[in-house]
Design a protein around this ligand. Structure first.
Ligand SMILES: [Fe+2]
Length: 292
């Protein structure tokens, strides 16, 4: 029976995982144990603090479900999501910058005709969004599927609202590009909003004296055969929180200035309000590397 001295415990635990047959599993676990033990030691963690951490993570799991992912939010506010994003996108090769997925993606959206209004009847300033999906050389990509979603004028996603139904999405749709690579839709100008603070992540932010705000943005996930999935946002230029996003997701190349227009028609010729804004962007997808 070994009598583990605390100074020998970490080595003993590392050795117990050293024969994991898969090299990657072995390597990741070795790093995890080394850093986790180092953290406990450096922080001089008390038993109460350790129990508090277990309780925090348990409640984070209980708060997660099909339409809300508190663990993703926790990863986001700790900066881990953007760190994973950064180390996995070291080489852009002319492709659009990536950012966090966020906790409110509900999976594949319903295919919707171009020019559709994603926010009929919603209060807010009207906006036309137009984008082209192409490769890094600027050639348009046909058949690219772009899932888009954003919060309403009060800062809530449809999936946060009581009575949300997957088959009745609001401000959430999929557009499939034609030969010109274009997609377009109407909606309202998104506003900055707080990440949900009614769960463990909110407690963490309050305990840290941090604000919960994210600058206004629209989410995009774009898939096309032969290309890497693009997970990104377009941020509204001029937002007060661009420099202090609660999840560290802002990249300068993703900030878009809105262009004001006067009516009477939208770009597709249909009647528009007297005043509306246009958001335009050109997405560039990164080609998948050929596997040998
Ligand atoms: Fe968001």
């Amino acid at each position: 029976m070994p009598d583990y001295d605390p100074s020998q415990l970490t080595d003993a635990v590392l050795r117990s995982f050293a024969s994991a047959p898969d090299a990657r599993t072995r390597g990741v676990l070795q790093h995890l144990i080394a850093h986790l033990h180092g953290f406990v030691r450096d922080a001089d963690l008390t038993l109460d603090e350790w129990r508090g951490a277990i309780d925090f993570l348990t409640r984070t799991g209980h708060k997660s479900g099909d339409t809300r992912q508190e663990f993703i939010l926790l990863s986001d506010v700790l900066g881990v999501s953007m760190l994973v994003d950064a180390i996995n996108h070291k080489s852009h090769a002319g492709a659009t910058d990536t950012t966090v997925l966020g906790p409110f993606y509900v999976g594949e959206h319903r295919v919707t005709p171009h020019g559709s209004d994603l926010a009929p009847g919603a209060a807010g300033v009207r906006m036309w969004v137009e984008a082209v999906v192409g490769d890094a050389g600027g050639r348009p990509i046909a058949g690219a599927a772009a899932d888009v979603w954003h919060a309403d004028g009060d800062g809530f996603y449809d999936s946060q609202k009581p009575g949300y139904q997957l088959d009745k999405p609001e401000m959430r749709a999929r557009f499939v590009t034609g030969a010109d690579g274009k997609l377009s839709f109407r909606t309202i100008v998104p506003r900055s909003y707080p990440v949900p603070t009614d769960g463990p992540v909110g407690e963490l932010l309050r305990a840290s004296g941090r604000h919960a705000m994210r600058p206004a943005h629209i989410h995009f996930v774009i898939n096309a055969p032969g290309f890497e999935t693009l997970v990104t946002h377009l941020f509204v230029a001029g937002d007060d929180y661009l420099a202090s996003d609660a999840v560290y997701g802002v990249k300068p190349s993703l900030i878009v200035g809105l262009v004001p227009h006067d009516g009477p028609t939208w770009p597709d010729g249909s009647p528009s309000p007297d005043r509306w804004f246009q958001m335009s962007y050109r997405f560039a997808l990164k080609a998948k590397e050929a596997t040998p």
